[in-house]
Write a protein that binds this ligand. Structure first.
Ligand code: ADP
Length: 666
């Protein structure tokens, strides 16, 4: 076993690797960028070295700097985590040359699986079933179009060097093919520096089922069963579970055997994942092999009782696999939900922001939280917007799922938009409860998963009102104490106001609706006029935002978390954001000019499809914004005429910048 290793990553995975090292008594070296000076992973390790500016290219992807730190800190091995350098064969090679162990597979295996096209060729030879398609070298657009026609639409264009859904486009007809190919190639070239693509038959509503494999240097290869990762948005996983629901033992065994064959075909060593796509009949086809630890590895750890990072260290140190195939068993059921800073309502657009409040469910033997951020940390454009992975385990799927839902409702994040409420809706959907998962799940159940926003309930309004009243009281009390004249009527908090009766009207903005709550001051409570009628309310507010509320004699607990003038109110499963509104100062708010389209996030303009004077129809593509290495198409929200366009291809834009404006054309 190693005495000291360097973790060439950040965020939750760096913290997670450090945890196992601590348990095993292995010292850890963190590396960090200028944007991560105060990051959690810096504190999670025994020492931490600055390696460069925020841009990953200059820090977390800077092989030379990382190796230099490894040498100077005396680390014997490097754990690359996932992403960044984890599947970079060149990095594995330079580590080897430098006499530092790369905790991952041999360079040859990374190379063999590095290209989805080449990997498919190898698997074809090894007799592993493939999705019908083309993964050859003739990349001329004409040839690829002919191939796509032959395969039959819909087809999927994938970047050979791809990952993270980048450079991937579904194409439904011949006429769309050329544009989609260009976009896929552009995205692939910018994300991977390689625009080779492959084309596959697009399977309708398949399942994504992957198998965890592990091999050592002594010729042993095992699989640790499967994970179902079918709940996806933008072709990327958001909820994973193990074992896969409804899988027959026969299919499980067949997949395990195929995965082990795939690993053996390339002389695999270490942790790897063989991804399969499964059609409605349960037939499965090889998609790709990921030659690293996966984000979703914790669900496998939960059902097997194994620590995969400990296995990785053991194998990398030359040891044998801790268990043989016949010693591995599935116990219970586990789910992982990925909590991202992203806006589910806006096509899951990544979000940024500072996490002003972060409340997480308590960890215990059923609930595990892998995170790399704390309250006060920023989610920046530089890195992945994942906030945390919530992992739950229980004896069977039903009870584990109940735990998942409960825990999701206890996750409260203020300061950035997150997908937590969306995930809770998925976890609570009857089809998900039944185990009816496929990669089209989110589209199929769109109506239920994206319900119309509802007005806040009386409970939520009462909580907001009580919060405001208690805070105003407290402020007044402090002012009175500080004023030296605590008895002055100007500091009274019982509703005495010059020229006013004994009540106060509170205004809350819900989107743009002004909701009013009239509060009458009583000796022992407030009497609130709420939409549903009058209710008596009293309660206590803790400094951490916990609110104990007594509403007409019913005791309730909730949270009210303030960020500027915005309140996030959590009452049971209801979560609502309201803006405290003072009508006297209103009108000063600069409303977004109607008809203009703004950049949803900082990025670079890739293409502009329209110019001033062009007539556009609702849904027309106007321009393409590249942000976080993905392309987003900005579309017309209504029919009209382009009034002006503020940017050209190649321009950088900041979040909120007005990109163009559409008028009615009159
Ligand atoms: P990446 O490496 O970019 O994540 P993958 O090849 O792993 O790309 O595919 C990501 C997801 O895209 C899969 O989990 C699946 O949902 C979907 N997908 C991939 N290939 C197909 C296909 N041939 N038909 C339908 N969906 C597919």
């Amino acid at each position: 076993m190693f005495d000291k290793i360097l973790i060439a990553n950040r965020g939750e995975i760096a913290c997670r690797v450090a945890r196992t090292c601590r348990e095993l008594g292995v010292k850890t070296v963190a590396v960090y960028s200028e944007a991560d000076v105060d990051a959690m992973h810096v504190r999670a390790c025994d020492e931490a070295w600055l390696i460069g500016p925020a841009a990953a290219r200059e820090s977390y992807l800077n092989m030379e700097r990382i190796l230099d730190v490894a040498h100077r800190s005396g680390a014997q091995a490097i754990h690359p985590g996932y992403g960044f350098l984890s599947e970079n064969a060149e990095f594995a090679r330079v580590c080897e040359k430098a006499g530092i162990v790369f905790i991952g597979p041999p360079t040859s295996a990374i190379e063999a699986m590095g290209s989805k096209s080449a990997a498919k060729a190898i698997m074809e030879k090894a007799g592993v079933p493939l999705v019908p398609g083309y993964h050859g070298d003739d990349q001329s657009p004409e040839h690829l179009a002919v191939v796509a026609d032959e395969i039959g639409y819909p087809v999927l264009i994938k970047a050979s060097a791809g990952g993270g859904g980048k450079g991937m486009r579904r194409v439904d007809s011949h006429t769309e093919f050329r544009d989609a190919l260009d976009a896929a190639k552009r995205e692939a070239a910018s994300a991977f520096g390689d625009d080779q693509v492959l084309i596959e038959k697009y399977l309708l509503q398949p399942r994504h089922v992957e198998v965890q494999v592990f091999a050592d240097t002594h010729g042993n290869t095992v699989h640790l069963f499967e994970r179902d990762c079918s709940i996806q948005r933008r072709h990327q996983k958001v909820i994973e579970e193990a074992p896969a629901p409804g899988l027959s033992q026969e299919t499980r065994d067949a997949m395990g055997t195929a995965a082990v064959a795939a690993a053996e075909a390339i002389g695999y060593v270490g942790a790897g994942t063989v991804e399969f796509i499964m059609d409605a009949r349960g037939e499965f086809f090889f998609m790709e092999m990921n030659t690293r630890l996966q984000v979703e590895h914790p669900v496998t750890e939960c059902i097997t009782g194994q620590d995969l990072v400990a296995w990785q260290l053991q194998v990398a140190g030359g040891g044998t696999l801790p268990l043989a195939q016949d010693q591995l068993r599935i116990t219970g059921h586990a789910f992982e939900a990925r909590i991202y800073a992203e806006d589910a309502e806006r096509d899951f657009l990544p979000a940024t922001g500072t996490i002003h409040h972060l409340r997480t469910p308590a960890e215990n033997r059923h609930v595990r939280i892998d995170t790399g951020v704390r309250q006060g940390d920023a989610i920046s454009v530089h890195y992945d917007p994942m906030i945390a992975k919530l992992v739950v385990w229980d004896a069977d799927r039903g009870t584990a799922l109940k735990r998942l839902r409960d825990a999701l409702h206890q996750f409260i994040i203020v300061g950035t938009t997150t997908n937590a409420a969306f995930l809770a809706r998925v976890a609570g959907h009857p089809a998900f409860v039944e185990g009816g998962v496929d990669t089209g799940f989110i589209d199929t159940y769109r109506d239920a998963l994206f319900p119309e926003a509802t007005a806040p309930s009386d409970r939520v309004l009462a909580a907001a009102a009580l919060y405001e009243l208690l805070t105003v009281d407290k402020d007044a009390e402090q002012r009175a104490t500080a004023s030296g004249d605590p008895w002055s009527p100007w500091h009274l908090t019982d509703g005495w106001r010059p020229n006013s009766d004994n009540f106060h009207t509170l205004h809350f903005l819900d989107d743009n609706t002004d909701l009013q709550v009239v509060a009458h001051y009583r000796d022992d409570c407030y009497l609130l006029e709420l939409p549903g009628g009058q209710q008596r309310v009293s309660g206590e507010l803790r400094p951490d935002g916990h609110l104990h509320l007594v509403l007409d004699g019913t005791h309730l607990d909730g949270w009210v978390l303030q960020d500027g003038s915005s309140l996030t109110i959590v009452m049971g499963e209801e979560i609502h954001r309201l803006v405290v509104h003072d009508p006297l100062t209103a009108g000063m708010e600069d409303e977004l000019r109607e008809g203009s389209l703004t950049a949803p996030m900082p990025g670079m303009i890739r293409a502009v499809h329209v110019k001033a004077g062009d007539a556009v129809k609702e849904g027309d593509a106007l321009l393409v914004l590249e942000a976080m290495k993905m392309e987003y198409t900005i579309r017309a929200f209504a029919d009209g005429v382009v009034d002006h366009v503020n940017y050209a291809a190649g321009d950088q834009v900041t979040e909120g910048a007005e990109l163009l404006a559409i008028g009615s054309g009159e």
